[in-house]
Design a protein around this ligand. Structure first.
Ligand code: AMP
Ligand code: FE
Ligand code: FE
Ligand code: ZN
Length: 277
C-alpha cells in the first residue's frame, strides 16, 4: 500500500524543517506523497517540490488558512494550489503583512510588561514571510526571557494572555473561495480540535470539498465521527500529522497518513475546480 501525509509545516511558517529535511523524512518513512501546508504561505513550495522530486516522493502544493465563523476559529487546508496565481499571491501577501504587524504589536505589549524583546529579533529568527506566535515564543526562550516555549505561551501568548493579539481572519466561505480561485481543493483542517460541527453544513453550501478526518490530535472515535460526516455530506477524506518539526524527540511526519487513493480523489477534484475557473 502507498500512503500520503497531507499536513506538514516547514520553516517557511512555524515548522522547523527545511524542505530537504521534509523530503528526506518522507522518503525514510516510505511515504508516496506529502503536502506542504504552511500557514498563510506557499513560500516553501518550490524548494520542497524540488527536494521531493530528488527523493522520489510526490509533492502536493498546499497551504493552511485561518478563518473565523460565528466566533470560532477554524483552519482551512488548500491542496493542489496554483502557487503562481497572482490574485491568490496578493491575498496571502496581505495576510503576511497582517502577521508581521501583529508581531510588532505583540512585542510592544511585551515591552510594556518590561520584557525587553525586539521585533527585529523575532523577524531574524522567523526568517519567513508568515511569522507567528511560535516565533515570538522561540525568540523569548532564545533571549533567556522565558524558560520554555510552553512558559512563553502560558504567560504571554495564549488567547487572552497579556501579549496576545487577535489575528485578522477571513470568513470560512471567503477562505474556501480564495482556495478555489487558486484552483485548490478546500478541506476543513482538524475539526476535532475546533469543535465546529454545527457550521459544517454552511461550509458545504459554500463549496467545501473535504474534511481532515485523520490528525495527530484526533482519537479513533473522533476520526470515525468525521468519516461519518464526510459520508453524509459527500466530502473527500484527508489526513496528516500536522508535523511542525521535532516533537518530544521524534518527528510526527508519517505517523498519520492516508492511503494514496485519497490523493487521487483530491487530484480529480482539483481538475474539476480548474475546469470551472
Ligand atoms: P498564530 O498563527 O501566530 O496564531 O500561531 C498559531 C500556532 O502556534 C499554531 O499553529 C501552533 O503551531 C502554535 N501554538 C498555539 N498554541 C500553542 C501552545 N499553547 N503551545 C505551543 N504552541 C502553540
Ligand atoms: Fe502551526
Ligand atoms: Fe491548524
Ligand atoms: Zn497545521
Amino acid at each position: 500500500m502507498r500512503f500520503a501525509d497531507l499536513h506538514l509545516h516547514s520553516h517557511f511558517s512555524d515548522g522547523t524543517y527545511r524542505p530537504e529535511e521534509l523530503a528526506a523524512h518522507a522518503q525514510r518513512c516510505g511515504l508516496a506523497a506529502i503536502a506542504l501546508t504552511d500557514h498563510d504561505s506557499v513560500e516553501g513550495c518550490p524548494a520542497t517540490a524540488q527536494a521531493c522530486a530528488a527523493a522520489g516522493v510526490e509533492f502536493i502544493a498546499g497551504t493552511e488558512l485561518t478563518a473565523e465563523q460565528d466566533g470560532n476559529e477554524l483552519h482551512l487546508l488548500g491542496y493542489f494550489i496554483n502557487t503562481q496565481n497572482p490574485s491568490f499571491l496578493s491575498q496571502i501577501a496581505q495576510f503576511q503583512a497582517v502577521r508581521q504587524n501583529r508581531i510588532r504589536e505583540m512585542v510592544a505589549r511585551l515591552n510594556r510588561l518590561k520584557v525587553p524583546l525586539s521585533a527585529e529579533a523575532v523577524f531574524a529568527l522567523a526568517n519567513c514571510q508568515a511569522p507567528g506566535r511560535p516565533h515570538v515564543a522561540r525568540a523569548l526562550v532564545q533571549a533567556g526571557l522565558c524558560g520554555s516555549l510552553d512558559e512563553a505561551f502560558e504567560r504571554f501568548l495564549k488567547k487572552n494572555r497579556p501579549a496576545w493579539v487577535p489575528k485578522f481572519k477571513l470568513s470560512a466561505s471567503e477562505a474556501i473561495g480564495l482556495i478555489h480561485q487558486a484552483e485548490g481543493v478546500a478541506v476543513l483542517a482538524h475539526p476535532g480540535l475546533n469543535r465546529t460541527d454545527q457550521i459544517i453544513p454552511s461550509m458545504v453550501e459554500a463549496g467545501l470539498d473535504g474534511i481532515e478526518c485523520f490528525h495527530t490530535k484526533h482519537s479513533t472515535a473522533t476520526s470515525e465521527h468525521y468519516l461519518g460526516l464526510a459520508d453524509r455530506f459527500h466530502l473527500l477524506v484527508t489526513g496528516g500529522s500536522d508535523c511542525h518539526g521535532m516533537n518530544k524527540g521524534k518527528p510526527l511526519i508519517g505517523t498519520v497518513r492516508v492511503p494514496y487513493q485519497h490523493v487521487e480523489m483530491l487530484r480529480a477534484r482539483a481538475a474539476e475546480i480548474k475546469g470551472k475557473s
